[in-house]
Every structure is written in C-alpha cells, then in structure tokens.
Design a protein around this ligand. Sequence first.
Ligand code: AKG
Length: 333
Amino acid sequence: MTSLLVRKVQLGCLVFTTIVSWCTALSSPSQSTGEATFLTDTRRQHSPIKESSQHQYGRVSKNEYVLTPEQIEAFHRDGCVTIEDVLAEEEVEELAAVFDRFVSGEIKIPGKDFCDMSKPFGVPYEEWSLVNCMLPTRYYPPLQNNVYECLTRSMARQLFPTSDMTKDYDQLLNKRPGENDAVFAYHQDMAYWPGKKVLKVPMTDTCTFSLAIDDSLPENGCLRYVVGSGVSKTLRPHRPASGSNRDEGHALMTDVGVEEEVRLAPAKKGSITIHDEYVVHGSGGNTCKDKQRRTYVVAYRAAAVVAAERRIGFTHSHNDEVNWDTFEESDSS
Ligand SMILES: O=C(O)CCC(=O)C(=O)O
C-alpha cells in the first residue's frame, strides 16, 4: 500500500515536471538570441520537441533550436548536415514573400550584388538561371533579426560554443525552373574569403545555413558536397568559373576526383542544411520545368574573424574593393 502511494506520488511529480518544462520552453524565447521582429509568432505544430532523459532537442521555443549531439558531430565530421522541419510553413511563406521582392527587382540591390552565379557578368536579367541577391538584410533592414536568423544564431553558438559566433553575411539564391545550367560550381567557401594570415586570426570557424524556401531536391539542383572534404582544413586550387578572371564573373570552381564520395543534401521546405567553410560543395542544374529552387543563406563566423574581415574592408559584397584578387596570399589557409 505504501509503495503504491509512493509510486503514485512519483508519477504525479514526473507529469508535473514535464508539463512545467514544456510550458517554460514554449513560453520563453531565448534571452540570448533576442526577439524576432519581422515575423509573427507562428509556433509550429509539426516539429515536436524530442526529449531524452536529460535534454530537449529541436524547436524548443520560437527563437531557439537545440541540436542533438549526433547533428553536431555530423557537421564537424562530414562538413554538412541537414536539420529537418525547422521553420513552419507560415514562417517560410512570410520569408518567401520578401525573397520574391528581391528577385523581381522590387527591392533594389546595387551593382554586382545582384547577379547570376552561373554566368558571366553582363548577361541580361531575362537570361539568368541562378539569381543571386547578396546581403538582403543590408539592403532591406526590416528583414533583420527575423525568425530564421534567430534560430540559426542559436544553432551556430551550439556548433562553436567558444567562438562567439556572429552573423557575417546573408544571400538569396533562386534557380529558375528548367534551367539546366543553373549550376553552382564546386568550391570551398574559404576560396572566396581572406584566410588566417591575411586576417591575422588563429581560426576560420564558420557555419553556413541554407533554408529551403522550396523543397530542394536532386532534380531542382539541391546542395551536394564531398563528404569529409573539409576536415583537413586545406584549400584546393580554384579558378574562375566564367572566363579567365573574376572581372568576367564572380564564381570560382575547383575539381572533384572521381574517387571522392559526393553526397546530395536534399531538404524539404522549412528544413535547413548547414555546411562549413572548407567542405567542397556546389549544386546541379534545375531540370524541373515547373519548380524553382529558392534558398536563403545566412553565415556565421567567429566574432574575431568577422571583426578582422571588416577591418580590411571585406563585407562579402561583390562590390567590395577588397576581394579575392586583392589578397596578398594565393593560399587562403
Ligand atoms: O545552395 C547552393 O546551391 C550552393 C550555395 C553555396 O555554395 C553556399 O552557400 O556556399
């Protein structure tokens, strides 16, 4: 009788504790991540919080997503990981509406920050296949601090807990339907950026998030990467993807060996891929006649790295005077 009573009391406590912790998670956005000012609070129904005996994982509040140890390990081991169902349908739709205003030219982006990443500069807009809008939150400040930024900021700080991860740049990409040449050439992101020696910093810590605004599939040109290719943190030789120099087109490319393992990283609408700065990656053309592939990229780097970039005038704008061609090193390591 006594032991039955004790068990009932224990069960009652467990139920009470679980309800309290769920309510706390759902009602208090992370203090450290700040409030999303752009999007309405559309707390999702279809991304259940996964619980283990000690931790809650997944979308624990409006602005916070807790990664599992396995997801963190996969990012550091493979150079890329997919996180399913991070944003709700309504949240994605709200971002998509602003996205489309950039791509249509309604929100203006100056100079080379509005370009095609698969073609040389100078190709008319109507002929673009892979539309690229650099730095959307610079050119349209109301987009700053949106729910996607808040969630990814919380994840970045879990991936690199000691680096004070800070937003470095953002970018919108749209592969137009049926454009087989909407190819993002294989590259390492570090090939585009100044390295440790130029910046005089001891690390390059980076995590780059890509939100699938549309389902990102092999047939509409989802992300693909060479598994584990970033682990050695060495830079492969790169060359301009269009023409003979960077004045003809912004994109760079490198080679992938036939023996290397290339993995596709499809992501459903609302899911996110995260890749690092040294993993070799790119994406194929869009073979779907009726599907675009819209992707919203936001990259975080160690605060010391971002500060050092800005000190030399590097902001990830394609209009920067300081760019890949002007770095003193041929090797960005
Ligand atoms: O999503 C893609 O197609 C490629 C994007 C990319 O290369 C990047 O964000 O570094």
